[in-house]
Write a protein that binds this ligand. Structure first.
Ligand SMILES: NC(=O)c1ccc[n+]([C@@H]2O[C@H](COP(=O)([O-])OP(=O)(O)OC[C@H]3O[C@@H](n4cnc5c(N)ncnc54)[C@H](O)[C@@H]3O)[C@@H](O)[C@H]2O)c1
Ligand SMILES: O=c1ccn([C@@H]2O[C@H](COP(=O)(O)OP(=O)(O)O[C@H]3O[C@H](CO)[C@H](O)[C@H](O)[C@H]3O)[C@@H](O)[C@H]2O)c(=O)[nH]1
Length: 327
């Protein structure tokens, strides 16, 4: 019950979280500067146009809506861009999060759910990636997220800011009811790029590297359905509201799929050919990133229900054929 401030609520994952919060009886208040998000994606509660770097606007939002909690999705999240322009990432993600955290604490809002990433683990092939694995990011995006995690721990120690940190693996799929979905411009994620190639919006899907040390030579990732991912956020919020301690949770299924396996399943689901080109490795890609944790299941009671590759591609394909945003 009550208002939840959702930063980045006009983006891919944040818009799905708003729908889940609304379904759970809360009012999601979206705060977004629309740098990579869409006004049309804000459907489940009020919208405030604003930038995390603008502290006075943040203070006004806390005053006006008195949120019981913050879900913080807003960030820049392109690995390649972060390598070219690290200052952009440190300013937007780290300085922006510092403003948000300070505004929350000043307003007495001390319940905080944060989107982190498996990119904070970095290149650690053959290591079990549970929440205790070392965080050794190999790009500025991952480094910015690790810094925000540290910031949350410091603000808990000094100001009692209770938080849940979710480290996502690869998020895919769309709302099964088609109200919201993934729409990035430019798009860099594998599944929507495959669907673009299938229906001719791009010439072909380029496989980034076929010489990795994996059974079929292509990179392996752990894909989780966006609907399951946001369900975990509602459970994480409940955990904090019921007095649970600050905690880190990986969100992945523990099953890895190679790029070729995702391509095969896309062909099967859509019953269409995928034009494919084999290209060089993409800088910054790890060979294998698969969660080695069941903590979210064990402690939050999180049970991913839609995170089969077939279901993720089915839902993404439905959205791809019907859904888009214009502003
Ligand atoms: N998509 C994935 O697979 C994935 C994986 C791991 C982690 N994450 C994290 O999940 C979160 C959401 O990712 P997404 O894929 O939905 O991204 P997205 O780009 O679709 O959404 C991010 C939203 O934040 C907003 N935003 C960015 N900077 C802002 C600022 N300074 N002030 C206000 N609003 C701002 C954007 O306009 C956008 O609506 C991010 O924090 C990302 O790092 C995503
Ligand atoms: O055109 C493409 C796009 C991707 N891939 C491959 O497909 C896999 C998945 O790539 P994505 O770009 O979809 O996802 P990433 O694994 O690079 O990135 C995801 O996980 C990262 C953590 O490593 C970050 O959190 C990031 O925000 C999130 O999207 C990778 O092996 C990539 O090399 C291709 O072969 N061709």
């Amino acid at each position: 019950m009550g208002n939840v401030l959702v930063t980045g609520g006009a983006g891919y994952i944040g818009s799905h979280a708003c729908k889940a919060l609304r379904a759970a009886g809360m009012t999601p208040v979206t705060f977004d500067n629309l740098s990579t998000g869409w006004r049309d994606a804000v459907k489940f509660g009020p919208f405030v146009y604003g930038d995390l770097l603008d502290r006075p606007v943040l203070d006004t939002v806390f005053e006006e809506y008195s949120p019981v909690a913050v879900m913080h999705f807003a960030a820049l999240s392109l690995v390649g861009e972060s390598m070219r322009d690290p200052g952009l990432y440190w300013r937007n993600n780290v300085s922006g999060s510092l403003n948000l955290i300070e505004a929350a604490v000043a307003a007495g809002c001390r319940t905080f759910v944060f989107s982190s990433t498996c990119a904070t683990y970095g290149e650690q092939d053959n290591v079990v990636l549970d929440e205790t694995a070392a965080q050794q990011p190999i790009n500025a995006y991952g480094a910015s997220k690790r810094a925000i995690e540290d910031m949350l721990r410091d603000f808990e120690a000094s100001h009692g800011l209770r938080h849940v940190i979710f480290r996502y693996f690869n998020v895919a799929g769309a709302d099964p009811e088609g109200e919201v979905g993934e729409f990035h411009r430019p798009e860099t994620h594998l599944v929507p790029l495959i669907l673009d190639a299938i229906d001719g919006k791009r010439d072909a899907l380029t496989i980034f590297g076929t010489d990795y040390d994996t059974p079929d030579g292509t990179c392996i990732r752990d894909y989780v359905h966006v609907g399951d991912l946001v369900d975990a956020h509602v459970l994480g919020l409940k955990w904090l509201q019921e007095g649970g301690e600050s905690r880190v949770f990986n969100l992945g299924t523990g099953t890895g799929f190679s790029v070729r396996e995702v391509l095969d399943e896309s062909r099967a689901v859509t019953n269409r050919a995928v034009p494919v080109v084999e290209g060089p490795r993409r800088p910054g890609d790890c060979t294998r990133l698969v969660s080695g944790s069941t903590r979210a299941e064990a402690e939050l009671g999180w049970h991913p229900r839609r995170s089969t590759m077939k279901q993720m591609i089915t839902d993404a394909w439905r959205w791809h054929q019907t859904g888009h945003y214009e502003g």
